[in-house]
Ligand binder design. Sequence first.
Ligand code: IMP
Length: 192
Amino acid sequence: MKASLIEQVLGNDIEEVLVAPEDIQVKVRELGQQISADYIDKDLLLVGILRGAFVFLADLIREMGIPVETDFIAISSYGSSTTTSGVVRILKDLDDDIEGKHVLIVEDILDTGLTLNYLVKNLSSRRLASLEVCSFIVKEGKQRVPIKPKYFGFTVPNKFVVGYGLDYAQKYRNLPFIGTLRRSAYEDNGML
Ligand code: IMP
């Protein structure tokens, strides 16, 4: 069974599950319905931020009852693997011209907000019909810039979390829940 295999292998590294798979499913459905209602008469382009947002975006669009387009942008921020410096570099830009479109940025987690702040500024300069943000997770009390996503799923305490697209050293993205890591999972790397 898939779930128990994940539990046995990756799940062993988890200290605490903060958001369970069933709660994720319910929340994604709610968000999908809310966004669909808000954009019912508009052409909506969802812009996923790689890599972390791909899991959430894939689930979200399947809960949406309106036609949507998707595109992805890949960015790297300078800094260690667990903190953001705010200096952001675009590794892969959007494939299509987005001028005149209603754009919704889809992000995995809002931590300091520096990455989103950069992206909002960057995309705003492209003459959009509208621009909003949907971040699945918002870390409590961590934002260093005044960014408030129009849509969000859950708030989590100020801890490093993995799962549902979120990684530590590129692993744990495939966990079906969001949780914190046991010390043993990262202490060999001397990080966090
Ligand atoms: P921000 O610019 O500080 O808001 O960071 C945004 C990016 O940092 C997210 O899109 C994630 O890729 C990464 N990140 C921030 N916090 C976490 C975390 O707790 N777990 C995994 N990745 C994180």
